[in-house]
Design a protein around this ligand. Structure first.
Ligand code: TRP
Ligand code: ZN
Length: 864
């Protein structure tokens, strides 16, 4: 079998040719779209060299230089490249290709989503549209003429501003677009279809009038309002916080049902997965509304961090993604509860990124070796990448960070640059040495901080020592010390012990750990304090310190930082889950239940209480335990949940009732109450008596958050009402694509030994199709990622089910296949009895003929 060759960061060299302008004419047709691409090309090196253009999955019709057509002897074409031999420094190259969009199930390049045409070019999809230098450091000015049938495709869209339009023969029409900003081809986009259109407008701070246009499938107009509002908020926020304004006269967003990822920031023409656009109260949850606002913001923020300043090469992906995720997280924190937003980010990082960083595909946020670029749109590049930006924000302070950003844009607007350029701007603007910090860009693995402390009563001195330890990762990298910012608070114990006293901290300070081990000494400390570390999660690391239960309980109540208060509770839960797994405990001490009751009875806001009551996830626990037996872990988690529910039934039910409301509101308070109410419901539902409460909530709900929470509670606790509420939900929502995705997911979460049968049967449900990534993920992904107990069931059937589906997706959609492989490649985190079964399936996949590049890269990394 062919081994696909890796590319290395160290081998980067500047392009030998530049493409300055691109003139595209695209005549759309389902099976034979004709693309005429005229480029003005300039040689950048002194001597004549061949020009090698990327291109795949299309038919080459003709090649012409300066208008003169080449004979096939004058060029070479393979299934991945076109090589020509120009002998001028500057010339016009015209290439005609033919594409088959209706056969394109990979959803890269030009494809059909339902009745509409759309494109996805990041990372390397433009090479499926025309032969090109498909690399982000080749930036051109694009003019695009789109031609299609007028009645079927009334809207013809591309990047930039509309400059021409008109009628053609055979009921066709055309629209021509011009984008004045030079851009890499991965930001190219084209859409054609018949949509409902929501319009609005925005005046930028300097007075530019911007038309805002949101295109959705016919009939969905009433679900587009929230996305539009979110866009306007994003535009305002970026002006207020970063002094960044929009730069074209029009901003368009198109929502499509067939999309591999969340959304795409194409210049002036974002294409979105419809689940990150469409929402109304009946069909979308509070979480959906939150995510839409975040993704709309993310793509909008890319206009500066990604588009105006882009990446030199794909190894630098975190330059735009880490920074843009950090920006959208800050935005979400400002629009919603900052503490709860931060807690959600940390949960994602700990349950998904930490595992990735411990597995066979571990890579630094700036990878050094890539086989298939699509495999590097990862939790590490995005989420850990955002943590690295956040640490710079912490180290430099808000003003220093802003000065760095300003300098970055002063220096690099209009350029394709590297992560080094970004850090240099940050460091230069405030004269802070970031040389040790930069190791975060080249080192994989989650560091651990080993913390010890001592208190000397005789001279009132407190000492704390922190040691950084780096795991030996799969990639066998040599590890170096990192610059780790540690927010430290010292809690005074006497203040804590004094009943009813307010919290008192003696020290609140940012420590900079740069050496292997450092010690800090604090004077004038009266009593042994409790160290509270990593406030607001100041670094993406694991913390090892021997807290007593009492200390954790004290932090839960007294720490000044909300993240720390939440985290102490999580540590306490994790400790007892681990003891239950290892049969070191059969019960949890009463004081833990008391602490939960205290939280419920406290005056804290409901959204935060909901987070504090949520146990660490299966994934998070699996990552922190060594070689875990999935059954034991699932049982420990459910035992703790059942015990909490049993001991605290009254207060949980009282909270449930207090938070229930017959009126539907969508302010932060109402959202927090719904979150808390539904966390309580899930606890309560672990007892069969609460079947009727779940049915009641299902029947009376006037919003999707409550309705979905009811069927989830029924599924996760295998309640008697499960089949009944699921059938009724399906009946109600069968014609709603996005809601049916939720229904498929809840089926996959069923906590029942027969769930694999259920999921297998659903593969032939009339509404199921592997061709639609949202559908595939909602059923297969939800089972493999979120039903840990049965995915890992001991007979290996869960693994086999997943591998069977991946085998089919291998030819349908390699990107989706590769993403849902994740739970299998992390086999080493599980106990021996799981490992062999997982390996059997990995081996079986690896032996398949025609293995796509995406799967092959991961399987090779896993099996070698
Ligand atoms: N740049 C996009 C984002 O982060 C990511 C993306 C969208 C993408 N679609 C893709 C990446 C397809 C690879 C392939 O917002
Ligand atoms: Zn992005």
């Amino acid at each position: 079998m062919t081994e696909f060759a890796p590319r290395y960061l160290k081998d980067y060299s500047a392009p030998e040719y530049q493409i300055n302008t691109v003139n595209l004419e695209v005549a759309l047709n389902d099976s034979a779209t004709l693309v005429t691409n005229s480029m003005s090309i300039q040689r950048m090196v002194t001597t004549n060299v061949p020009l090698v253009l990327d291109g795949e999955h299309m038919v080459l019709k003709s090649v012409a230089i300066n208008g003169a057509e080449l004979s096939s002897d004058d060029y070479q074409v393979t299934d991945s490249a076109l090589t020509i031999f120009p002998n001028a420094e500057q010339f016009e190259l015209t290439i005609i290709t033919e594409l088959n969009p209706s056969a394109n199930t990979a959803l890269e390049g030009l494809y059909k989503s339902g009745e509409a045409y759309c494109t996805q070019c990041e990372a390397e999809g433009f090479r499926r549209i025309s032969y090109f230098l498909d690399r982000p450091d080749v930036m051109a000015i694009y003019t695009t003429k789109v031609i299609a049938d007028k009645s079927q495709y009334p809207y013809l869209l591309a990047n930039g501003n509309k400059i021409d339009a008109g009628e053609l023969d055979d009921d066709k029409h055309f629209v021509t677009w011009h984008d004045p900003f030079p851009k890499p081809c991965y930001l190219f986009a084209l859409v054609a279809g018949n949509f409902d259109l929501l319009t609005s407008n925005y005046t930028t701070r300097s007075g530019r009038q911007v038309a805002l246009e949101l295109f959705v499938d016919k009939g969905n107009l009433s679900r587009a309002e929230h996305a539009m509002t979110s866009l306007i908020k994003s535009m305002q926020w970026d002006e207020q916080v970063f002094d960044l304004e929009y730069d074209l006269d029009i901003y368009m967003i198109v929502a499509v049902d067939f999309f591999n990822m969340g959304a795409m920031e194409n210049k002036g023409l974002n294409v979105f997965n419809s689940k990150y656009v469409l929402a109304d109260d009946l069909s979308a949850t509070d979480e959906d509304f939150f995510n839409i606002e975040a993704v709309i913001a993310h793509e909008y923020f890319h206009n500066w961090t990604g588009n105006r300043v882009t990446c030199r090469d794909w190894f630098q992906l975190s330059l735009k993604e880490g920074l843009t995720v950090f920006r959208d997280q800050q935005f979400s924190g400002d629009m919603n509860s900052a503490a709860v937003t931060r807690i959600k980010n940390v949960r994602t990082l700990r349950s998904l990124q930490f595992a990735e960083d411990a597995g066979p595909m571990a890579h630094p946020i700036r990878p050094e070796k890539v086989v298939e670029m699509n495999n590097f749109y990862t939790m590490t590049v995005y989420e850990k990448g955002a943590e690295v930006i956040r640490m710079m924000h912490t180290i430099l302070g808000k003003e220093g960070f802003k000065a760095g950003i300003d300098l970055y844009f002063d220096r690099h607007d209009g350029q394709a640059v590297t992560c080094d350029d970004f850090v240099a701007a940050m460091s230069d603007a405030s004269n802070v040495d970031l040389s040790t910090f930069k190791n975060w860009y080249s080192q994989s693995g989650t560091p651990s901080l080993i913390v010890t402390d001592s208190f000397d009563q005789s001279n009132n001195q407190y000492q704390i020592s922190v040691k950084q330890v780096h795991p030996q990762a799969h990639d066998k990298q040599q590890k170096q010390n990192l610059h780790i910012p540690i927010n430290l608070e010292l809690l005074a114990t006497e203040a804590i012990n004094a009943e009813g006293s307010t919290k008192a901290n003696v020290v609140n300070e940012l420590l900079h750990l740069k050496e292997t081990e450092q010690t800090w000494t604090f004077s004038n400390i009266d009593k042994q304090p409790i160290p509270v570390l990593l406030g607001n999660f100041s670094a993406p690391v694991k913390l090892e310190f021997d807290y007593t239960d009492e200390q954790l309980l004290a932090i839960m109540v007294n720490a000044s930082d909300a993240f720390n208060r939440w985290d102490a509770g999580q540590k306490l839960f994790a400790r007892y889950i681990e003891m239950l797994v290892n049969d070191e405990a059969t019960e949890v001490p009463q004081q833990v239940y008391d602490a939960i009751a205290d939280i419920l009875n406290s005056g804290a806001d409901e959204a935060l209480k909901a987070e504090q009551l949520t146990l660490p996830s299966f994934d998070e626990m699996a990552d922190s335990l060594d070689k875990v037996n999935a059954d034991k872990l699932a049982n420990a988690l459910s035992r703790l949940k059942i015990n909490i529910a049993a001991k605290l039934t009254d207060v949980l039910f009282a909270t449930y009732q207090q938070c229930s409301s017959t009126e539907f509101a969508k302010d932060g308070k109402a959202i927090g109450k719904r979150a808390l109410k539904n966390v309580c419901l899930n606890y309560l539902a672990s007892a069969k008596e609460f079947d009727s409460v779940v049915i009641g909530q299902f029947n009376n709900s006037n919003n999707m958050t409550d309705q979905l929470a009811a069927i989830k509670a029924a599924a996760l606790n295998d309640l008697p009402c499960f089949e009944q509420v699921m059938a009724s939900f399906e009946q109600q929502w069968q014609d709603d694509t996005l809601v049916m995705d939720k229904w498929f997911s809840v089926n996959a979460l069923h906590n029942h030994p027969d769930v694999i049968n259920r999921v297998t049967k659903l593969l032939s449900h009339p509404k199921f199709s592997l061709d639609n990534p949202n559908r595939a993920r909602s059923l297969i992904g939800a089972f493999a990622f979120s039903n840990g107990k049965y995915f890992h069931q001991h007979d290996g059937q869960g693994y086999q089910f997943l591998a069977d589906q991946i085998a089919k997706l291998n030819t349908i959609n390699p990107q989706v296949a590769s993403r849902i492989l994740t739970p299998l490649i992390q086999y080493k985190s599980f106990a021996k009895e799981h490992q062999q079964q997982m390996l059997t399936q990995l081996q079986r996949l690896n032996d398949m003929p025609n293995l796509c590049r995406d799967l092959q890269e991961k399987l090779t990394a896993t099996l070698n």
